[in-house]
Ligand binder design. Structure first.
Ligand code: NDP
Length: 485
């Protein structure tokens, strides 16, 4: 019981803060259903404390040189890496994701973001523009102010860092609200940032459900909101932010296509489809859940896919041999089961999986449907679980049109041995992030984000700097003012 209990629910102004007047939130280890910690949702006093400390700290942080800001972020990256094992265990307890994954994908990718943005903090500069007569303009890239980060539950450490690192590098302060389902890891990120020398108040974490997020988003002191969540929540948060004319980054859901041509390397294509559907038990926004397979390779693809999926090691996520864990919650398990039932009812052919496991925890088998048609519910709606839909296709033009026939546009991938076709197809995909002959790679150097209903803005890479800073232009006259009267 309570084996992952944090020192307190919130981290504000450089210290843990508790206020048990807030609604209790039980943290459940998804592999057993056991309550491992309890935190309390932020009360209005806690929200006020977090925002007031962020406002005060931001004014001072903006005066710190980029070089020094970067040094602190890079120090935090080193601490994250040094403590990777403990942080990974905590992430596994928080999310249920196998330790085999969290050891290489969570605190490590958070550290990459801190290191990357730490490295470019000193390079966030403006430009000089020469004009006629010796006049000139120079620009200054200024911070936005207080930024609010709101996270989903699938990558709690990574999301806390992907939002925090560029925000802090640019001289902003942040108030971060993790998902109520996974409230533990971002507290550690805050603790480590301060251990690395971050001034108190620059990065704060408050707990709570949507109403806490809403209170933060609508506060007039907040300049920017960065949300990772569903498209439904994204629309609400975007609208609330627009009412205050705030900057936004919206990292939302998807129903991405992964296209396998006949000439693809079979093992690579099957491996890509597995990575793009079953990593983190399918709880990844950019997953290629509509796998379009050209008719000539379909039988071989399905046979090899079934073989490899049935070799998944499902069970105790803390055992490093396990490579497929539970759903994050009972609620998510129920959603996934409902979609599996719908797939069967609508006539898709179940190739493998489909059943809950008869053990404690929220486990469902990795599931593959074949003969899926474009208008079936499992091919249209984001499931956010380990359910792969395989659809047949014949021609390139046909598959591009069908791949783009979705409200979403987060990601897309193509497997083919024909280099020109690979580039041509991703060029035609309506998606923010594409892969050729791989799937779901998201290094911090690469811009990440969606088009259409999958969001606005980009995380990571130099592109994120644009979304956490604003340009001030200064015109300098070098000649007398020539006024008409
Ligand atoms: P939700 O949209 O349910 O929640 C996202 C966050 O928003 C949570 O912290 C939630 O709080 C909070 N929230 C809910 N309502 C409001 C509101 N009105 N105002 C402010 N904040 C609010 O998403 P999930 O947590 O269920 O995550 C799964 C979704 O996230 C999927 O659609 C997935 O595709 C997407 N996602 C997108 C990624 C991307 O980068 N594009 C990456 C990862 C996931 P609480 O949970 O406490 O209610």
């Amino acid at each position: 019981m309570n084996r992952a209990q944090p020192k307190a629910s919130h981290f504000i102004n450089g210290a843990y803060v508790e206020d048990k007047a807030g609604r209790p939130i039980e943290v459940i280890y998804p592999a057993t259903g056991e309550v491992i910690a309890t935190v309390y949702a932020a009360t209005s006093e806690i929200i006020e404390m977090a925002l007031a400390s962020a406002v005060a700290a931001q004014a001072e942080w903006a005066k710190v040189s980029g070089m020094e800001r970067g040094r602190i972020l890079r120090r935090a990256a080193d601490i994250l890496r040094y403590r990777n094992h403990d942080l990974s265990v905590l992430e596994t307890l928080d999310t249920g994701k196998p330790l085999q994954e969290t050891l290489v994908a969570d605190a490590t990718s958070g550290a990459d973001a801190l290191e990357y943005f730490g490295g470019i903090a000193a390079g966030v500069t403006g430009e000089h523009i020469s004009l006629s007569g010796g006049d000139f303009v120079y620009t200054v890239r200024e911070p936005l102010g207080v930024c609010v980060g709101i996270g989903a539950w699938n990558y709690p450490t990574q999301i806390a860092c992907w939002k925090g690192a560029p925000a802090l590098a640019c001289g902003n302060a942040m108030v971060f609200k993790p998902s109520e389902t996974t409230p533990l890891s971002s507290l550690k990120v805050a603790e480590i940032l301060h251990e690395a020398g971050l001034p108190a108040g620059v990065y704060n974490v408050v707990q709570g459900m949507g109403e806490v997020g809403d209170a933060l988003v609508t506060d007039p002191r907040v300049a920017k909101v960065s949300l990772t969540g569903s498209a439904t929540t994204g629309k609400k948060v975007y609208a609330a932010a627009a009412a205050g004319m705030k900057h936004v980054t919206m990292e939302l859901g998807g129903k991405s296509p992964l296209i396998v041509f006949d000439d693809a390397d079979l093992e690579d294509a099957v491996g890509g489809a597995i990575l793009g559907n079953f990593y983190s038990s399918g709880q990844v926004c950019s997953n290629g859940t509509r796998v379009f397979v050209q008719k000539g390779i379909k039988d071989a693809f399905l046979a090899r896919l079934k073989e490899r999926v049935e070799a998944a090691v499902i069970g105790d996520p803390l055992d490093e041999a396990t490579n497929f864990g539970p759903m994050v919650s009972q609620g998510q398990l129920d959603i996934v089961q409902r979609y599996i039932d719908l797939g069967v009812a609508e006539g898709a052919r179940l190739i493998t999986g489909g059943a809950r496991l008869n053990i404690d925890g929220y486990f469902v088998q990795p599931t593959v449907f074949a003969d899926v048609l474009d208008d079936m519910t499992i091919a249209r709606e984001e499931i956010f679980g380990p359910v792969m839909s395989v659809l047949d296709f014949e021609t390139e033009d046909e598959v591009i049109a069908r791949a783009n026939d979705t409200v979403y546009g987060l990601a897309g991938g193509v497997f083919t041995a024909d280099l020109t076709r690979g580039h041509r197809v991703v060029g035609a995909l309506e998606a923010g992030s594409c892969w050729i002959n791989t799937y779901n790679q998201a290094p911090v150097e690469e811009p990440f984000g969606g088009v259409k209903a999958s969001g606005v803005g980009r995380e990571n890479s130099k592109a994120a700097i644009e979304h956490y800073s604003q340009v001030k232009s200064i015109y300098v006259a070098m000649a007398p003012v020539d006024a008409p009267f």
